[in-house]
Design a protein around this ligand. Structure first.
Ligand code: NAD
Length: 453
C-alpha cells in the first residue's frame, strides 16, 4: 500500500495529470470501459444483491455517463485560471486564482450503489487532475472484484489503482499520507476516517447517512406524493442513503395516506422478478432490519424471506419516536408513518436529532415550504419529490453535521478535489512607498483613504 501511494505521488509530480488533454483522455477511457462492459457490470451487481439491468442503468450507469459528459464539457472552464480584481493598496498588480489538483487521493466507496458511489468521486478526481487509490466496499464482493479487474487492467497503477478489502486493508491504507480522502459510508466509520485524516491534516469529503424525513402536510397532493415517495423509498429495497427514512404526516390525512401507500405498493408489484426490487445485502442486515419492527405495527407487508434475503415493502403505523425503528437509520424497505398536529412539533423533532442527509417536503403551502426550508438544517432534498435531487448535477450533493462534510457532483465535485491557489502578481514598474519606514501621519492617512475604496 505504501508503494502504491508513493508511486502515485512520484507520477503526480511528473505533472502529466494536470494537462487537460490527459484528463479528457482518461475520462474517455473510463467511459469506454464502462460502456463496453455493461453486461459484466449488470451480471456482477445481480450476483451481489440481484439488482436488475434496468435499475443498474437508471440509478448507477446513467448517472456516471452524465457525470463524464458534464466533466468533458466543462473541464476547461472549471480548470481555467480566474482573474479577480486588485485592491488599491496592491496597485499596480494583477490578481488571479489557479485551480490545482490536490494530488494523491483515496476514494472509499459504499456497497449500496457500488458503481455510482465508487466511481462518481473518481470522475471528479480525474477531472480535477489527481491520481486516485480506490477502495470499493467488500460488502458487494462481485462488483468490487469486477471494478478491480477492469480498472487495474486498463489504467496505469501509478495513476488509478483499485485496492480491494475490508477493515484491515482500509486501516492499512489509512496509515498513508493522502492529499485528499473521499469517503462514502456510515457516520460511525466516517469518524474513524476523519481521525485518520487528521493525523496528516488531510482534507476530507465525508458522504454519510442519517434519518431523512418526509414531511407531508394536510394540503399536499397525496396521490402524487405517494407515487413519488413509494418509488424513492423502495427502489434498491430501501438501501439508499437519501431514501425517505420515515414519514411525518398531518393527522387529518394519515388514514388516507396509509390507504394510498398500500394501493401504490400493490400497483408497483415490487419483486426481483419484476426488476424493481433487490435483496438485502447480507444476513447481518436482514437480521438487523427484522428486529426493527414487530407485527403489531405492520400496516402493509412485513413478510421476511430469509432464504432469498428479501423483506416485503413494509409500512408501519402507530409508531412512537421512542421505538427502535426511530433510533437508527433504517436503510431497508421499512417505512414508519408518524402523525403530527402542528408543524412546530415536526421542526422541533427533526432539529432535536442529528442533521439529516435529506429532507422531503410534500405540500402545496408556500408558507410551510419556506418555514421548513428556513428552520430545518439538512444536506439537501426536494419539495414535492424525493431522491431525484441527486440526478441534477448542478446541485452540490452532500450532508451537513452528522450526515457529512463537503459535497460533490458537477462543479462541486471538481472543487472538492481542487485547491484554489490565490496569486497577487505584482508589477515592477513602480512601488508606492507608503508601508515602508519611516512612518508618518500623512502616509497613514493615505493608507486609510486607500482602504476605503
Ligand atoms: P460503512 O461505513 O460500514 O462502510 C463504508 C466503507 O468503509 C466500506 O468501504 C468499508 O470497507 C469501510 N469501513 C468499514 N468499517 C471500517 C473501519 N472500521 N475502518 C476503516 N474502514 C471501514 O457503510 P455501508 O454499510 O457500506 O453503507 C451504509 C451507510 O452509508 C449508511 O449510513 C448510508 O446512509 C451511508 N451512505 C451514504 C451515502 C452518501 O452519498 N451520503 C451513500 C451511500 C451510503
Amino acid at each position: 500500500m505504501n508503494d502504491i501511494v508513493s508511486q502515485q505521488r512520484t507520477f503526480f509530480y511528473t505533472h502529466k495529470t494536470k494537462a487537460i488533454k490527459f484528463r479528457l483522455e482518461q475520462l474517455n477511457k473510463l467511459e469506454l470501459l464502462l460502456k463496453s462492459n455493461e453486461d459484466q457490470l449488470n451480471q456482477a451487481i445481480y450476483e451481489d444483491f440481484k439488482k436488475s439491468e434496468f435499475d443498474t442503468y437508471v440509478t448507477e450507469l446513467a448517472l456516471l455517463y452524465q457525470d463524464i459528459k458534464e466533466a468533458k464539457r466543462n473541464v476547461r472552464k472549471w480548470a481555467k485560471i480566474k482573474r479577480v480584481g486588485t485592491n488599491m493598496l496592491n496597485f499596480p498588480a494583477r490578481s488571479y486564482i489557479i485551480p490545482e489538483p490536490l494530488g494523491v487521493c483515496l476514494v472509499i466507496g459504499a456497497w449500496n450503489y457500488p458503481y455510482q458511489l465508487t466511481l462518481a468521486p473518481v470522475i471528479a478526481a480525474i477531472t480535477a487532475g489527481n491520481t486516485v487509490v480506490i477502495k470499493p466496499s467488500e460488502m458487494s464482493p462481485k462488483t468490487s472484484a469486477l471494478m478491480t479487474r477492469l480498472i487495474n487492467n486498463t489504467f496505469d497503477a501509478n495513476y488509478l489503482k483499485v485496492v480491494e478489502g475490508g477493515i484491515p486493508e482500509t486501516t492499512e491504507l489509512l496509515k498513508n499520507k493522502f492529499d485528499k480522502i473521499f469517503f462514502t459510508g456510515s457516520p460511525q466509520v466516517g469518524k474513524i476516517i476523519y481521525q485518520a485524516a487528521a493525523k496528516n491534516l488531510t482534507p476530507v469529503t465525508l458522504e454519510l447517512g442519517g434519518k431523512s424525513p418526509a414531511i407531508i402536510t394536510a394540503d399536499s397532493n397525496l396521490k402524487m406524493t405517494v407515487k413519488r415517495m413509494v418509488w424513492a423509498k423502495f427502489i434498491n429495497a430501501g438501501q439508499t442513503c437519501i431514501a425517505p427514512d420515515y414519514v411525518l404526516v398531518h393527522k387529518s390525512v394519515e388514514n388516507k395516506l396509509l390507504e394510498l401507500l398500500k394501493l401504490e405498493i400493490e400497483k408497483e408489484s415490487f419483486s426481483i422478478e419484476n426488476g424493481n426490487y433487490t435483496q438485502i445485502i447480507n444476513d447481518r442486515n436482514l437480521d438487523r432490519l427484522s428486529n426493527l419492527f414487530s407485527s403489531d405495527n405492520v400496516f402493509v407487508g412485513g413478510n421476511i424471506d430469509a432464504f432469498n434475503r428479501t423483506i416485503e415493502p413494509t409500512v408501519l403505523q402507530n409508531v412512537k419516536f421512542s421505538d427502535d425503528v426511530m433510533k437508527e437509520e433504517i436503510f431497508g424497505p421499512i417505512l414508519p408513518v408518524i402523525s403530527y398536529q402542528n408543524i412546530e412539533e415536526v421542526i422541533t423533532y427533526v432539529n432535536d436529532n442529528p442533521k439529516p442527509l435529506s429532507c422531503y417536503i410534500f405540500t402545496n403551502s408556500n408558507q410551510i415550504k419556506k418555514k421548513i426550508l428556513n428552520e430545518i438544517s439538512f444536506g439537501g432534498g426536494a419539495v414535492n419529490d424525493a431522491v431525484m435531487h441527486i440526478a441534477n448535477s448542478k446541485l452540490p450533493f452532500g450532508g451537513v453535521g452528522n450526515s457529512g462534510i463537503g459535497s460533490y457532483h458537477g462543479e462541486a465535485g471538481f472543487k472538492s478535489f481542487s485547491h484554489y491557489k490565490s496569486i497577487l502578481d505584482k508589477s515592477n514598474l513602480m512601488e508606492l512607498s507608503l508601508k515602508y519606514f519611516p512612518h508618518s501621519k500623512g502616509k497613514l492617512s493615505w493608507i486609510q483613504r486607500f482602504m476605503s475604496f
